[in-house]
Design a protein around this ligand. Structure first.
Ligand code: PBG
Length: 326
């Protein structure tokens, strides 16, 4: 059937028609809000490269998550800024570390909000790498034990889900085994399965003070040129016990999201990362584009590509926009 029998514009004519035939839906249920927590009290320090995002002390974090929950957002992802850093990132797995305190405080006040924790060492190590460094190299197997300890300490504090973002080989099995051994067989793993060595993490490293002090992360994070390799990474993580797999960043990797969803059919998350946030914010502030429309177009595109869940610093904005549309 073709023109003039078929006219594509007929069903584009009114908003009601467009609403009826819309293929992709974005819902607040699919959003996860990433938050940064730091030591101190009444601390709410805006991150200069991420306007509208803050480093929050635990008391402020509790206020923030109440807002997040009130908007209907089901989950947060926590990142911590430790009091001090060392070669082995020991605050990452300290019982009274910043994340462990934050989890307890959230669970005490907004207990039904899902608390997901980022499991990595880079915010906690003096060298800023995601693992143990020996002779200038990031050691895979020595790192696994520290990651597993971190995940267990988060679960002990009450985390609902743990999310390893380090890209060491074998970390999903290491976490699964340690969680199970410690009685946390019910705690799911969201694996940053296809995490690329991306320039778009720039503002995050500033926010979390986690830039590597030498070299870069290309010996563990993926080459942005590869997508067959992403399928292999995702497949391995699923075999090792990942419950949700993540592709990160989102926008330059929509094809990867799409391939992963088509190939595996498991819950897929996508991380709309700090640099993606910063670009829209900057252009919006300069009056170069309409921020609200840009946010919704991008989040819808990530859904259309196949993501079930989206981690985004725009979560609160999107939740507000979605509720105004009803
Ligand atoms: C830690 C981690 C990073 C991000 C999430 N977890 C930074 C990195 O790998 O350097 C980036 C998130 C963002 O840019 O929003 N490994």
């Amino acid at each position: 059937m073709y023109y003039p029998v078929f006219r594509a514009r007929r069903l584009r004519e009114t908003e009601t028609f467009r609403r009826m035939v819309r293929e992709t839906r974005l819902s607040v249920d699919q959003l996860i809000s990433p938050l940064f927590v730091a030591h101190g009290r009444e601390l709410r320090r805006e991150i200069s490269s991420m306007p509208g995002q803050f480093q929050l002390s635990v008391d402020e974090l509790v206020r923030e998550v109440k807002d997040v929950a009130a908007l209907g957002i089901p989950a947060v992802m926590l990142f911590g800024l430790p009091a001090s850093k060392d070669a082995y990132g020991s605050e990452a797995y300290a019982a009274d570390g910043i994340i462990q305190q934050a989890i307890r405080a959230i669970k005490d006040t907004v207990s039904d909000l899902v608390v997901i924790t980022d499991v990595c060492l880079c915010e906690y190590t003096s060298h800023g790498h995601c693992g143990v460094v020996e002779q200038g190299r990031v050691k895979n197997d020595a790192t696994l034990e520290l990651l597993a300890r971190t995940a267990v300490s988060h679960a002990e504090a009450g985390a609902d889900m743990v999310a390893p973002s380090d890209m060491m080989d074998g970390r999903v099995s290491a976490l699964r085994e340690s969680l199970d051994d410690n009685g946390f067989e019910e705690v799911p793993i969201l694996a940053y399965a296809a995490k690329y060595a991306s320039v778009f993490y720039g503002p995050f490293r500033h926010a979390a003070d986690s830039a590597p002090q030498f070299g870069d992360r290309r010996s563990y994070q993926m080459d942005p040129a590869n997508s067959d390799e992403a399928l292999r990474e995702v497949g391995l993580d699923i075999e090792e016990g990942a419950d949700v797999v993540m592709v990160k960043p989102a926008l330059a990797f929509l094809d990867v999201i799409s391939r992963v969803k088509a190939e595996f059919g498991v819950p897929v998350a996508a991380y709309n990362v700090s640099g993606e946030y910063a670009m829209i914010k900057a252009a919006g502030r300069l009056g170069w584009l309409d921020e609200e429309r840009a946010v919704m177009e991008v989040l819808t595109a990530i859904r259309r590509a196949g993501a079930d869940l989206i981690l985004t610093y725009f979560a609160k904005d999107a939740a507000r926009i979605l509720s105004e549309r009803r």
